[in-house]
Design a protein around this ligand. Structure first.
Ligand code: SF4
Length: 205
């Protein structure tokens, strides 16, 4: 079962295969893993004990950054994410980034994002589209219409907490839509990165 794996010189963390979205570009549609790592489909959601045991076994030599990402939305297991991030920080000097759809407060009712303070160093949030309508077409969230606004609020709120925040879009939307996303991101003072859509899992960051 692959909980920790190396990619792009960083330690990636795979704590769940759960996700309330069904993005048209989701990497999970294209294979079972990233590069030559073992399958990222988990036999079961790992317990904290299993996460710690896997972390101890993982060769962390020279790695300075960790990224919660994997084959699912990490905030589906927000408690486990926070516990694991705290554990990593207690054992290493690694920074902690979370790649997320930004829907943690729809996924976990009454979740306070203050809990990320001091635990998560940066968020990379999938903006995906410039409008709610297009977002729903690209991201296909189970929460429907309210998802886009919630994702935007999440970005604004974690930035206000002082956590480094960035957006991503995948270039499956039109160049005009990418420009609109850039304007949206600029208005919030959040940098935007445009990711190339590939089907061979090479640009998984
Ligand atoms: S949010 Fe991430 S894991 Fe979920 S469907 Fe979209 S790309 Fe896949």
């Amino acid at each position: 079962m692959t909980i920790f794996y190396k990619f792009d010189g960083k330690m990636y963390i795979n704590i769940t295969n759960g996700c309330p979205c069904d993005c048209v570009f989701c990497i999970r549609k294209n294979g079972d893993s990233i590069e030559d790592n073992d399958s990222l489909w988990l036999e079961h959601e790992p317990s904290f004990e299993e996460v710690c045991a896997a972390f101890e076994k993982f060769d962390k030599t020279g790695i300075t950054e960790s990224v919660f990402c994997g084959y699912g939305e990490p905030t589906v297991r927000a408690d486990m994410l926070i516990k694991t991030a705290e554990y990593i920080k207690s054992k290493t000097q690694m920074s902690v980034r979370v790649n997320t759809n930004g829907l943690v407060r729809l996924i976990n009712k009454d979740f306070s994002i203050e809990r990320f303070k001091g635990v998560v160093d940066s968020f990379s949030i999938s903006l995906n589209a410039p409008t709610s309508e297009r977002y729903n077409e690209v991201t296909r969230p189970s929460f429907g219409e309210r998802s886009f606004d919630e994702m935007m609020c999440f970005a604004r709120d974690v930035k206000a907490l002082g956590i480094k925040t960035s957006f991503t879009v995948v270039d499956i939307i039109t160049p005009e839509e990418i420009k609109e996303c850039e304007k949206l991101a600029e208005r919030l003072g959040i940098p935007l990165r445009v990711r190339a859509y590939v089907t061979d899992n090479e640009s998984y960051t």
